[in-house]
Design a protein around this ligand. Structure first.
Ligand code: SF4
Length: 383
């Protein structure tokens, strides 16, 4: 087996559940670190055996809050990964971390374990907003944690959430000024959305708060783009901004539809096996995942070839998020068809005429206006 591969490691635990969060994250006490480490290594053995010999381009410890994991677990995962895959030059190893002082204090231990990039869940640089978002840190702690990340790692990123209740474009611009002053080579900026099944969904339905309407959310999005452009942190994906070369290599693997292994509860993977892209999925509930791995060596719930129409859909949904779009050769390799053969030409012509889409010698990409309305663009293309 040849080719590049990335590794995602899911740590499903958090100190508390944020009210907007619909990730696979859970609050537990008394986690047995050694037991979890053994299980993650067993699942890594399972996937490593069948993909041995590939080149590892990135590792991403995500969650949940993987900065709550023992640094020895990260070290053990990275050591074990090296048994199966040779590291690509400049391999990126990212750890998601929350900006509480305790976790920031452990970043040096994670660096010693082999992590070389941190992604901090700052979310806001405003105390009232952080309280509303149910975060366990205040703005001063967030700034201190970013400063520690900057001292510890050559590369770091942090997340912000905008379109919060009552947020004006002016206040958001000031907050972005603060963020730019703290930023390294990467920033992720997400619009607050109310996800089904979250505490915010209940509170929002009860009328406890309102989020900005479409016009204001659009204005806040424009503010984000122009302020971060001016700072040299242009968007390279709908919610992600970087200085040239600072793009998150791991997330590019997802958006470019490249191969990755996912281990840990609920982790997904995409793997080319015998020339055919497969979807993989591990059991989602942490305790069930753990006991399945202890019994069978892995907790795989799905390992199935992806049908051609789904590969086409997935490539469009992922690739059009990126400014660079979908390269012609990559598309043909995955789907066996050219872009012209696969796409509804009437839809392409209409979307291009509307200024939302470009199909040219390089490939297919959404314009800035198209990325802002990507769902509508996809509905038209996938109709
Ligand atoms: S810390 Fe992150 S993963 Fe955990 S509950 Fe909050 S948003 Fe979700």
């Amino acid at each position: 087996m040849t080719g590049e591969i990335a590794l995602y490691v899911h740590w499903p635990f958090c100190k508390s559940k944020c009210p907007y969060c619909d990730f696979n994250s859970h609050v537990r006490t008394g986690i047995d670190d050694a037991r979890w480490r053994r299980a993650l290594l067993a699942e890594l053995d399972h996937w490593g055996t069948s993909t041995r010999g590939r080149r590892l381009v990135s590792v991403f410890f995500g969650g949940g809050t993987p900065s709550l994991m023992a640094p020895a677990t990260a070290a053990a995962v990275l050591d074990r990964a090296a048994l199966y895959w040779e590291s690509a030059p400049g391999i990126e190893v990212t750890l998601e971390a929350n900006p509480t002082s305790v976790e920031a204090g452990r970043l040096a231990d994670f660096r010693a374990a082999g992590v070389n990039r941190a992604s901090l869940g700052v979310q806001a640089l405003d105390d009232a907003a952080l309280k509303f978002l149910g975060r366990g840190h205040d703005a001063a702690e967030a700034r201190a944690a970013v400063a520690i990340a900057a001292k510890t790692f050559a590369r770091y990123s942090f997340d912000l959430i905008y379109a919060r209740p009552g947020q004006s474009a002016r206040a958001w611009e000031r907050e972005l000024d603060d963020a730019v002053a703290l930023a390294g080579d990467h920033l992720s900026v997400y619009q607050l959305t109310i996800e089904h099944g979250t505490a915010f969904a209940t509170a929002h339905a009860r009328g406890d708060f309102a989020i900005p309407d479409e016009d204001l959310a659009g204005a806040l999005y424009e503010t984000t783009q122009s302020r971060l452009d001016r700072a040299g942190l242009a968007a390279y994906e709908i919610s992600n901004h970087a200085r040239p070369g600072g793009e998150c290599r791991h997330n590019l693997v997802y958006w470019r539809y490249d191969d990755y292994v996912g281990i840990g509860p609920g982790a997904h993977g995409r793997l080319t096996e015998r020339g055919q892209k497969h979807a993989t999925r591990q059991r989602r509930a942490p305790e069930q995942w753990l006991s399945a791995v202890e019994q069978a060596g892995h907790a795989t719930e799905e390992r199935a070839a992806i049908p051609a129409d789904e590969r086409f859909e997935e490539m469009l949904m992922m690739g059009l998020r990126l400014n660079e779009g979908i390269a012609r050769e990559r598309f043909r390799r995955e789907t066996g068809r050219t872009l012209e053969e696969a796409l509804d030409q009437n839809a392409v012509v209409a979307l291009a005429a509307g200024g939302f889409l470009v199909l040219d010698a390089d490939g297919l990409r959404a314009t800035a206006a198209g990325r802002q309305r990507l769902n509508a663009v996809l509905v038209r293309l996938l109709a």
